[in-house]
Design a protein around this ligand. Structure first.
Ligand SMILES: NC(=O)c1ccc[n+]([C@@H]2O[C@H](COP(=O)([O-])OP(=O)(O)OC[C@H]3O[C@@H](n4cnc5c(N)ncnc54)[C@H](OP(=O)(O)O)[C@@H]3O)[C@@H](O)[C@H]2O)c1
Length: 255
């Protein structure tokens, strides 16, 4: 374990996209560290399986099946977390996806999905969770899972719209930091911007269930648990230390 979550034991974390990949790893890690974790995603079966597994190990996990494109469902998930656990202390905005839909001839419905999940849902969760953090002493932490695609265009001609949503996350991270600073708030905001992480992302991006083997087989990719390490690192810094953005690539990733 990279850092000790002892200081956050009993606190409440809300993790979006907790049914797989990075979000699931973050939820596991925070629950193992003694936080009460609420996890949002559409695949209820996977959230329930995670709940059973974490409960058997003494962890607390609340499954919140929801499609985050639905603003009411987002509000409902935050309300359910507050009702069950009393508030939100840590929000991990991780739910996200890319689809390989080019600007010249891609499906606008797929662009809208990326915008709704990667940008709008992130803002809706942030707004609602920060209201709870501010009501709980104006402390807490918001972690956005951005992407290296928010810092430069990915190689080649794929993924321009996805990159646009992650550039938006980068702008929203700094914008949120400035608003919180102007408000004199103790709530901190961090972005973590990964390169290739071995998850279900490639299968969704390509629409091919087996794509992960090819995409993540080129060189050793970062593992979801290694991103969870970085989330723990960020949220366990002393209260006056704000980690702004952690950029992380596999050693073998060329661009
Ligand atoms: N893997 C990479 O190489 C990589 C690199 C940079 C950044 N990222 C970012 O990392 C984050 C997590 O992705 P991942 O790599 O872990 O991919 P993943 O394995 O495909 O996980 C994506 C998660 O987002 C959830 N999600 C997607 N659409 C949703 C919706 N409409 N409503 C609710 N939940 C939704 C999925 O849950 P359901 O399908 O069950 O709804 C799933 O839990 C994303 O923001 C992604 O952009 C990934």
């Amino acid at each position: 374990m990279l850092h000790d979550l002892e200081g956050l034991k009993g606190k409440v974390a809300l993790v979006t996209g907790a049914s797989g990949g990075i979000g699931e790893a973050v939820a596991r890690r925070l629950a193992a560290g003694g936080l009460k974790v609420a996890g949002v995603a559409r695949r209820a079966d996977r959230l329930q399986a995670l709940q059973a597994e974490l409960a058997a190990a003494g962890g607390v996990f609340l499954p919140l099946p929801a499609d985050v494109r639905d603003a009411d469902a987002v509000q409902g998930a935050v309300a359910a977390t507050i009702e069950r656990f009393g508030g939100v202390d840590v929000l991990v905005n991780n739910a996200g996806l890319g689809r390989d839909e080019p600007l010249l001839d891609g499906d606008p419905a797929a662009w809208r999905e990326m915008l709704d999940v990667n940008v709008l849902a992130l803002c809706l969760f942030t707004q609602a969770a920060i209201a709870s953090m501010r009501a709980r002493g104006d402390v807490g932490h918001v972690v956005h899972i951005g992407s290296m695609a928010g810092h430069r265009m990915p190689a080649g001609t794929s993924g321009a719209f996805y990159a646009a949503t992650k550039h938006a996350v980068r702008a929203l991270t700094e914008g949120l930091r400035r608003e919180l600073h102007a408000a004199g708030s103790g709530v901190r905001v961090t972005a973590i911007s990964p390169g290739y992480v071995e998850t279900g992302f490639a299968a969704v991006f390509t629409g091919q269930p087996d794509a992960g083997g090819v995409v993540y087989g080129q060189y050793p990719c970062v593992q979801p648990a290694e991103i969870a390490d970085l989330v723990v690192f960020a949220v366990t810094r002393p209260p006056h230390v704000q980690i702004h953005d952690l950029l992380v690539r596999p050693l073998g990733q060329p661009a």
